[in-house]
Design a binder for this molecule. Sequence first.
Ligand SMILES: NC(=O)c1ccc[n+]([C@@H]2O[C@H](COP(=O)([O-])OP(=O)(O)OC[C@H]3O[C@@H](n4cnc5c(N)ncnc54)[C@H](OP(=O)(O)O)[C@@H]3O)[C@@H](O)[C@H]2O)c1
Length: 315
Amino acid sequence: MNYRKLGRSDIEVSEISLGSWLTYSGGVGREQAEACVQAAFDAGINFIDTANVYGRGAAESLLGEVLAGRERSSYVLATKVFFPMSDTDRGLSAAQIHKQIDASLQRLRTDYVDLYQCHRYDDQTPLEETMAALTEVVRSGKARHIGFSEWPVEKVEESLAIPGVARWVSSQPQYSMLWRKPEAELIPLCEREGISQIVWSPLAQGVLTGKYRPGEPPPADSRAASDSMSGFIDRLIEPRVLEAVERLRPVADAAGLTMAQLALAWVLRQENVASAIVGASRPEQVHANASASGIVLDDETLAAIDEALGDVIVR
Ligand SMILES: NC(=O)c1ccc[n+]([C@@H]2O[C@H](COP(=O)([O-])OP(=O)(O)OC[C@H]3O[C@@H](n4cnc5c(N)ncnc54)[C@H](OP(=O)(O)O)[C@@H]3O)[C@@H](O)[C@H]2O)c1
């Protein structure tokens, strides 16, 4: 496993990290989740991403239990705040940030997170209030660093112009061979400002592993076939997308790679990407994905990927 620096912080994160969105908020059983976390450590993954809203606290609680016996400094822990935790608890007001960080720390059974991320931008709260509250969280030692996820680029720029507040070290966008929107404005801005990308759904929720075949029902043990985890995958399993992904198969074969390795090496070709946050329902997937660290794709392969995917790429 290779490691990359997280923005201008002194934190080094594994190129492949473990997420906990649909999986460890209740989608897969507790034993499977625990086995995946163990596999992650075995594979050299040191970076785990969660959020207060995943299962409204369930993913954080599970990780708190599973990580309890481990030396705290041996892993980098990230969580998030913004989405509703109850009918009245939501957003990035100072009161919410202070309340939610304490609740997250309690569930995670730790007294600090390495990275506290704003899950979305809150247009109901003045930006100065959010930044001041995040700065207090950092000064109190409850978070080492801060990050944002899917903020409008102009709001990131505005936040960077506020004097005396904590600096972002990370941005968490959706980014994959199929979803390239961050390349236009977000990545150039973050490169200039010393902010790393830690990217979500780098396998397009599993689609880029080639497990879904056009015209065939999804495998019974897959996310698309799961009642609890399939809510966000429709756009990715449309026939035209699956047909384009099929065209990647010979590209991966020619490069001597699995399709998962090809997809993860593709996001990691960007130097501004510090880590690809991968979900896993089984420990074998963690190992398969971790093996993508260190793979470098040549220009011919990169060009073949673009040609295979054609106009299904969202830019
Ligand atoms: N900031 C945000 O707004 C945001 C949004 C979404 C996600 N995230 C973060 O990003 C993380 C990753 O997102 P994601 O779970 O959608 O990512 P993903 O890595 O694109 O998809 C993960 C899913 O693909 C399947 N899979 C993974 N590796 C595989 C392999 N080697 N072979 C075959 N199938 C494989 C598994 O599903 P099955 O086995 O069930 O098919 C797994 O749960 C989340 O857990 C979360 O931490 C953040």
